[in-house]
Unconditional design. Structure first.
Length: 455
């Protein structure tokens, strides 16, 4: 009916049938059709009121975010926000800010995402307990989790759970449980029961986005904890679910994790082939592209192939835009593996082996080596939780010293002894081109790669 209404130029009929068709298509997992119907309705909505146009724009933003064209999602979300402000609806304005925050994070703009999430809470909290406030709490909880502020993230997630249970908002409840589970896993706490509950609630309520997010984070945690057989099963189940429900963005994220699994199990050809295939998707978000670039850079460096630094430099640029300390430090830390195989004597500003934006005042040793920069001290980036301090020169050691090979990031991840060393402050970690870090910084670098890859 919407198609025929458009063909006949009947705008009133289009606005009657297209939005209803879009919402039904979304429930059935036909998100391309849903997005097309919202776009059709918007073409005829110039004469509609601001609230009606805002709802249509929100629908388009949600569908585009699931499909991949994030610029379309951002434009629609900003248009909806402007229209709710024009209508004077503070409740919907706050919800629109939370939506915009999630989209901006997917686009790799972490600072803007956090600002929008905080503004959402400031708008909604004076209005009292609502589902929209619960959703704002989950959004900011996710942002804090990604910034490694796990205590704050857990507190916000539990507030969201209380409101979600009160109002019967199971989609919000699933998201909040998911975030709490990830925060727990990063602190070596129990997480599987929470994540399973998040997934079960999402599946029971047919909340597709929340179910896909649970599949993603379940897979990521399993890979990071080297539970590789379980991870492979989780990834396959998640990819099948996303394929059945047309969730392209989450399917790509799961395939990125599959490439990571291939890399960790020595299936490098499969990892590179899959990553190249994913890169052909023009709508891939920067957050998804980041992991693929790191994986390609590491494999090329291990093989002595050209192009390793190009991948890591692009990844560093994405991480800087994201502005999450774990993401920024972790992306540069992984370049340690490449440095031993394809050293670059002079770090290019902003490149993968340039830590200048992350470090405080530094000193170098006087050793006559082209790798003197590797002996610089560093402190954690501003905003990192916990105390920071200058590196103690007594901790300095050269790459390859007894018990600490040149590429310790791998060893830290894979060796209980490496983890024990990092947590007790013994030994010293040379991270890429910059730092021999103090005890706190080493613990940060131990955890940072895990933190930057959740959703």
């Amino acid at each position: 009916m919407a198609f025929h209404a458009e063909a006949s130029g009947n705008g009133e009929a289009v606005l009657r049938y297209a939005p209803a068709t879009a919402r039904r298509a979304a429930r059935l997992g036909s998100h391309h059709e849903a997005a097309a119907q919202f776009e059709r309705a918007l073409r005829f909505a110039d004469g509609a009121g601001p609230a009606e146009r805002a709802e249509l724009s929100e629908g388009l933003a949600d569908e585009a975010a699931l499909l991949g064209p994030l610029s379309v999602a951002e434009d629609a979300a900003e248009r909806a926000l402007s229209l709710w402000r024009e209508a004077g609806d503070r409740l919907r304005e706050g919800a629109a800010l939370a939506r915009l925050s999630r989209i901006k994070w997917s686009m790799g703009r972490g600072r803007d995402a956090v600002a929008a999430a905080r503004e959402s809470m400031s708008v909604l909290e004076p209005l009292g307990p609502t589902v929209e406030l619960a959703r704002a709490y989950t959004t900011l909880a996710n942002q804090r989790m990604l910034f490694a502020e796990y205590g704050t993230a857990t507190t916000l997630a539990r507030r969201a759970q209380e409101l979600a249970e009160r109002f019967g908002a199971n989609d919000v409840l699933s998201d909040a449980l998911n975030t709490e589970a990830v925060s727990g896993s990063c602190q070596s706490l129990e997480w599987l029961v929470l994540m399973r509950r998040a997934l079960d609630i999402a599946l029971a309520g047919r909340h597709q986005k929340q179910a896909a997010r649970a599949h993603v984070n379940l897979s990521v945690i399993a890979v990071e904890q080297w539970r590789l057989a379980e991870a492979e099963r989780y990834i396959v189940e998640g990819i099948d679910y996303c394929a059945d429900h047309g969730l392209a963005t989450y399917a790509i994220r799961l395939r990125c994790e599959q490439a990571k699994l291939f890399e960790r199990t020595g299936r490098w050809d499969e990892a590179m082939a899959l990553t190249h295939e994913l890169f052909r998707d023009a709508d891939q978000s920067p957050v998804n592209r980041l992991d693929g670039l790191i994986g390609l850079g590491v494999i090329r460096a291990r093989r002595g192939e050209v192009g390793a630094w190009e991948c890591l430099d692009e990844a560093a640029a994405i991480a800087d835009d994201q502005d999450e300390p774990p993401c920024k430090v972790g992306t540069r830390a992984v370049s340690t593996r490449s440095l031993a195989r394809s050293p670059r004597d002079t770090p290019t500003p902003g490149s993968a082996n340039d830590f200048s934006s992350l470090s405080g005042p530094s000193t170098t040793t006087s050793r006559p080596s082209s790798r003197n920069a590797a002996y610089q001290t560093v402190r954690p980036p501003a905003g990192w939780p916990g105390p920071t301090r200058r590196a103690d020169p007594t901790f300095m050691t050269k790459p390859g010293a007894r018990g600490m090979p040149w590429a310790p990031v791998d060893q830290i991840h894979r060796s209980p002894r490496g983890i024990r060393r990092a947590r007790t402050g013994t030994g010293c970690h040379c991270i890429g081109r910059a730092p021999v870090a103090p005890r706190r910084a080493r613990l940060i670098l131990l955890e940072c790669r895990r933190r930057s890859r959740y959703w």
